[in-house]
Design a protein around this ligand. Structure first.
Ligand SMILES: O=P(O)(O)O[C@H]1O[C@H](CO)[C@@H](O)[C@H]1O
Ligand SMILES: O=c1cc[nH]c(=O)[nH]1
Length: 262
């Protein structure tokens, strides 16, 4: 029998009600809903839609602003790339009072016909990451909040209807969350596509699992950056379609926050 080792720190209780160690945000500085891009530079893009913008903190990859959209207080915090930093950002935002988390990401299409700039609403995430394995059983599903998901789809469709000549489409389905961008081999991409997985990104599985475990709501809408099966790519060279997709996904997330009063 191994001896019981006493521990001084219980992380499940650590840091509640104080300025957070990684994201640098304190209770009272955030709204109840947060939009989560991966890239700190896209926090500024979200801020363009807000009034009364205040930068709260910028530590490591986590930049946070608050502002108002149609009167509602909105927080935007970047997660950085991948599940480890996303889980930290989600845990710390929840500790300071956020109850709804909407990722506004970029993601690669895995089915033919998904084009750069198209909008992708997540109905669930295949957990190909290490972080969620530290939290839950292998069979535990990574699923978003249903009302948020349905409203994201409705708002995305409304954006497409409002811009009939813009040439983008809306898709929804299961995505994968991979840990390793450059370890996505042709055979892994084909396997995901063969299972009907719609798109791949790197954060939503952690976001959904942490949200479920902590009793808050989460969802995701992405803009397509490239298509890994038909080869339409914006990885090499500038392309305005991804940027336009980000703006539309942010608008759909903000309107979802207002419509559901998150
Ligand atoms: O643009 P973001 O939101 O960071 O999302 C995608 O982009 C990064 C990879 O290029 C990963 O973080 C992936 O999930
Ligand atoms: O956005 C992403 C994430 C994973 N792999 C990709 O090709 N793109």
């Amino acid at each position: 029998m191994s001896p019981e080792i006493p521990t001084a720190v219980d992380k499940s209780a650590a840091g509640t009600g104080v300025r957070q160690y990684h994201i640098g945000v304190a209770p009272g500085e955030v709204g109840t809903v947060a939009l989560l891009p991966g890239d700190p530079f896209r926090v500024a893009l979200i801020a363009e839609f807000l009034t009364d913008v205040t930068e709260i903190a910028h530590r490591r990859e986590h930049r946070t602003v608050t502002g108002r959209y149609r009167g509602k207080l909105i927080t935007a915090t970047s997660t950085g790339m991948g599940c480890p930093s996303t889980a930290i950002a989600a845990e710390e935002l929840i500790r300071v009072g956020v109850t709804s988390l909407i990722r506004v990401g970029s993601s690669a299409g895995l089915q033919p016909g998904i084009a750069p700039g198209d909008l992708l609403v997540s109905e669930g995430s295949l957990r190909n990451d290490g972080t969620t394995a530290a939290y839950v059983h292998p069979g535990y599903p990574a699923v978003p909040d249903l009302p948020i998901t349905v409203e994201l789809r409705r708002q995305a469709d409304a954006r497409a209807a409002a811009e009939p000549d813009a040439g983008f489409r809306v898709h929804s389905g299961i995505n994968a969350s991979d840990d390793a961008f450059y370890a996505e081999t042709p055979s892994w991409i084909a396997e995901l596509a063969g299972m009907g997985v719609l798109n791949v990104e790197m954060e939503s599985s952690a976001l959904y699992v942490v949200a479920r475990l902590r009793g808050v709501r989460a969802g995701m809408i992405c803009a397509c950056s490239s298509n890994l099966v038909d080869g339409t790519s914006v990885y090499e060279g500038a392309d305005t379609r991804l940027h336009d997709g980000w703006r539309r996904s942010i608008r759909a997330a903000l309107d979802t926050a207002v419509q559901l009063d998150l």
